[in-house]
Design a protein around this ligand. Structure first.
Ligand SMILES: Cc1cc2nc3c(=O)[nH]c(=O)nc-3n(C[C@H](O)[C@H](O)[C@H](O)COP(=O)(O)OP(=O)(O)OC[C@H]3O[C@@H](n4cnc5c(N)ncnc54)[C@H](O)[C@@H]3O)c2cc1C
Length: 466
């Protein structure tokens, strides 16, 4: 192992939104030297942030790209509802208050927004969409970082942290076949969750985790999180809690991204491998409820399910990368899916018989529902009767995990003994569990990364200057 000469003011581990916001903020706050260590190769830089499209920010009135006000109180109510109260109120309120400024700060760092997308997303008022998506957003942040003189090393995986009594001293970094020790006055841990580490997922989920697909980067293996927890950092969150959605079962094991997601649950019924329904497909608007479906599918036999719909719904949602299975009858569709044809036919017939017609409108909680069916479909219930018939196979697609490091309002890491770490800060997925005990509302991942990244960078720079 070789020692890298000198001492950086701020060392940032990770290369996604949280890391870049932290690095830029540290430099703008006055840190003389900032080094970003990105474990992935340059082409894959940016972790899960590469796949993102939008960020949720409070604002008091409509903007060029947002259709109306979204107050701090409304944001708080949404967060409270999706988490069932499992959130640190102080940190959540700080995040929400600072999210207002984020709409301007992030633009000052070169990021551009576009008018919100319509369709089944219904996020036009609450979420700002990045012009060109997450990659374009990242490219802007990297450009700004480089122009500020921030050093970025790629293929630079942190494999060891020298921490004693809550103080960070140095990081061991693997670059090609070399191991280098790097010293810094402050550390910002922004290295994501452990969603790409199937063995770690199995520790709490058991063997079913083998059937999970990971929607984002294979580089978020939780090595930095594990090292911090092993060095006496206080954990926050439940290891089984994560953001998990139903994605196309044909998606690759890692990094399938947004195009493998399926937004059509509300338009049909969802059955398991026994051709039986298991949950209310019309419970609430899709953006509010889509994040429960990964977990629901994970609880089904073999962790697989099928969204079944008919020709009347085919054009109503964003398709996935893969075409749906198609057949002229429900029985033939069942054969293609290797489900029991008679049972699927019975399930569809029971559903159709229970549908009480109303005025179908997927943009409101409409009055199309079932009666006398268990589980019910409480909105958007329409008979599945117009051929051809379609089905998408779905599996749990893990987006990111919530177990993380506890932080305070300065994004400073807390130690298990209750003390504050001296010079360690965290931002993004690695501390998301402070705000997200469970549940999710679209766009909060990027809010957590941006807001706490900015705070962590600033505080890390202050510490280094002392
Ligand atoms: C398909 C998909 C779509 C999404 N869409 C949205 C959306 O539209 N809006 C939203 O708010 N959220 C979205 N999310 C969630 C969002 O991506 C995350 O919440 C957010 O990007 C987290 O940012 P981060 O910087 O904490 O982590 P990441 O962006 O994942 O960055 C973590 C970084 O750490 C690096 N790293 C890991 N281990 C090491 C190590 N040992 N050494 C060095 N580097 C390391 C990784 O290479 C990576 O660069 C989406 C996620 C996925 C997968």
């Amino acid at each position: 192992m070789s020692e890298y000469p000198g001492l950086f003011d701020v060392l940032v581990v990770g290369g996604g939104n949280a890391a870049l916001c932290a690095a830029i903020s540290a430099k703008r706050t006055g840190a003389k030297s900032v080094l970003v260590l990105e474990g992935a190769p340059r082409f894959y830089r940016g972790g899960n942030t590469r796949h993102t499209r939008n960020m949720r920010c409070a604002h008091d009135s409509a903007t060029d790209t947002l259709s109306g006000p979204y107050t701090e109180d409304e944001f708080w109510d949404d967060l409270l509802r999706v988490t069932g109260g499992e959130t640190d109120e102080q940190l959540a309120r700080i995040m929400i208050a600072e999210s207002k400024e984020m709409l301007h700060w992030i633009v000052e760092q070169g990021v551009r927004f576009q008018p919100s997308l319509g369709g089944t997303l219904s996020l036009g008022r609450t979420n700002s969409f990045f012009l060109g998506g997450g990659r374009s957003m990242l490219n802007a942040l990297y450009r700004t970082a480089e122009s500020l003189g921030i050093e970025v090393w790629y293929d630079a995986e942190v494999i060891g942290l020298d921490i004693a009594d809550g103080r960070f001293h140095s990081a061991r970094v693997k670059i090609k076949d070399q191991i280098i020790s790097i010293r810094a006055a402050s550390l910002v841990a922004a290295a994501g969750g452990f969603e790409a580490n199937i063995d770690w997922l199995k520790e709490s989920w058991g063997d079913v985790a083998e059937n999970f697909l990971i929607r984002g980067t294979p580089y978020n293996r939780g090595t930095v999180l594990r090292m911090l927890l092993d060095k006496g950092v206080q954990p926050i969150g439940d290891p089984t809690q994560c953001h998990a959605v139903a994605i196309d079962a044909r998606a690759p094991k890692f990094d399938g991204g947004i195009i493998t997601r399926l937004d059509c649950v509300v338009f049909g019924i969802v059955v398991n491998r026994h051709a039986q329904r298991f949950y209310d497909e019309g419970e609430d608007f899709w953006p509010k409820r889509y994040a429960i479906w990964g977990r629901l599918v994970a609880q089904q036999p073999d962790q697989i399910a099928y969204i079944v719909f008919d020709a009347s719904s085919l054009k109503m949602f964003m398709p996935s990368l893969y075409p749906p299975n198609q057949a002229p009858s429900i029985q033939e569709l069942a054969q293609k899916l290797e489900l029991e044809p008679a049972i699927l036919l019975q399930t569809v017939s029971d559903f159709n018989a229970a549908v009480r017609p109303g005025s179908f409108d997927h943009t409101v909680l409409d009055d199309c529902r079932t009666e006398g069916l268990t589980p019910p479909k409480t909105h958007w219930a329409r008979k599945i009767e117009i051929g051809p018939f379609y089905a998408y196979p779905v599996r749990p697609g893990i987006t990111f995990t919530y177990l993380g490091t506890r932080v305070d309002r300065d994004a400073r890491i807390q130690m298990a003994d209750g003390s504050r770490a001296q010079n360690m800060f965290a931002a993004g997925e690695i501390m998301a569990g402070n705000v997200l005990g469970r549940g999710y509302a679209a766009g909060i991942g990027m809010t957590i990364g941006s807001v706490f990244g900015r705070i962590a960078g600033r505080e890390a720079a202050y510490h280094a200057q002392q």
